[in-house]
Design a protein around this ligand. Structure first.
Ligand code: ADP
Length: 260
């Protein structure tokens, strides 16, 4: 069988905050239409890695490629983001635009309806025609099971519904990959399932996804590959039945024992 085209690649990515090396030489790839689940203890660097893929955090070194944007962070001018030479800033922006990001909290605009939250990015950032963006947003709301709620404001929606709007908002940008940072960890237990179901549907529709989560059952069912990271390194990587059911590293085994 031929390998799918690589959509996301991290090569030798490093990131320190002060003296603390949070990512130490991380490398992996995600093929088109594949789902990678990132597991690891709190503080192991999962969010930092995801933010780096999404152009939200600037690694100190390494090459990140997402869709048709690629950036060698080792070659960027050190210092503050807003002081980067214009060409480098544009490269970072281009990288960020390849990803849709779903945060732990939904981060919706409180004063905008569900529909307007979804059309904001396409219209304001990507310059899409408002009517076309609206039609697409309605289709996306339908896809996440919320067509009845298009005109509601976030406070009128449950946590799970808000997070589903957050997912529709990420998809509206037509990203090459959707990055999920613990999308269900801030939700009431009864709404976790509906969000995971939407994510399962996306996987079936062959969206490329990188998902940081502690939902092991979801990882077993949906992931093509599981990365277990600890201390800023990829400790173990492979198919879910391998990493979750037959972990080789002691660190993976003890982590899984703690959360299962
Ligand atoms: P995880 O998502 O696995 O819990 P994080 O990537 O959030 O891990 O954090 C990894 C480490 O990096 C933690 O020790 C955290 O405190 C530190 N860290 C993350 N972001 C920053 C930051 N902006 N400034 C300083 N330290 C940070």
């Amino acid at each position: 069988m031929s390998q799918p085209e690589v959509v996301v690649s991290a090569a030798h990515v490093r990131k320190s905050f002060g003296d603390k090396e949070v990512l130490r030489d991380i490398s992996f790839e995600v093929g088109s239409g594949e789902v990678t689940v990132v597991l690891g203890p709190s503080g192991s660097g999962k969010t930092t890695l995801l933010r780096a893929l999404g152009g939200l955090e600037r690694p100190d070194a390494g090459v990140i490629t997402v869709g048709d944007a690629s950036l060698d962070f080792g070659e960027l001018t050190p210092g503050r983001h807003d002081r980067l030479p214009r060409g480098q800033r544009e490269q970072l922006t281009a990288l960020g635009r390849q990803s849709g990001f779903v945060f732990q909290g939904h981060n919706l605009f409180a004063h905008k309806s569900a529909l307007d939250n979804i059309t904001e990015g396409p219209v304001v950032v990507q310059g899409e025609d408002p009517q076309a963006a609206r039609e697409r947003a309605l289709a996306l709301l339908d896809q996440v099971g919320l067509s009845e709620h298009a005109d509601k404001y976030p406070f009128q929606l449950s946590g799970g519904q808000q997070q589903r709007v957050g997912i529709a908002r990420a998809l509206a940008l037509r990203p090459s990959v959707v990055l999920f940072d613990e999308p269900t960890s801030a939700l009431d237990p009864e709404t976790v399932g509906e969000v995971l179901q939407v994510m399962r549907d996306l996987a079936e529709q062959h969206w490329t996804m990188v998902v940081v989560t502690h939902e092991i059952r979801f990882a077993r069912q949906v992931a093509d590959e599981v990365l277990f990271i600890d201390g800023g390194v990829v400790v173990e990587r492979g198919a879910p039945e391998q990493v979750i059911l037959d972990p080789q590293a002691e660190r993976t085994r003890s982590f899984l024992q703690r959360i299962l």
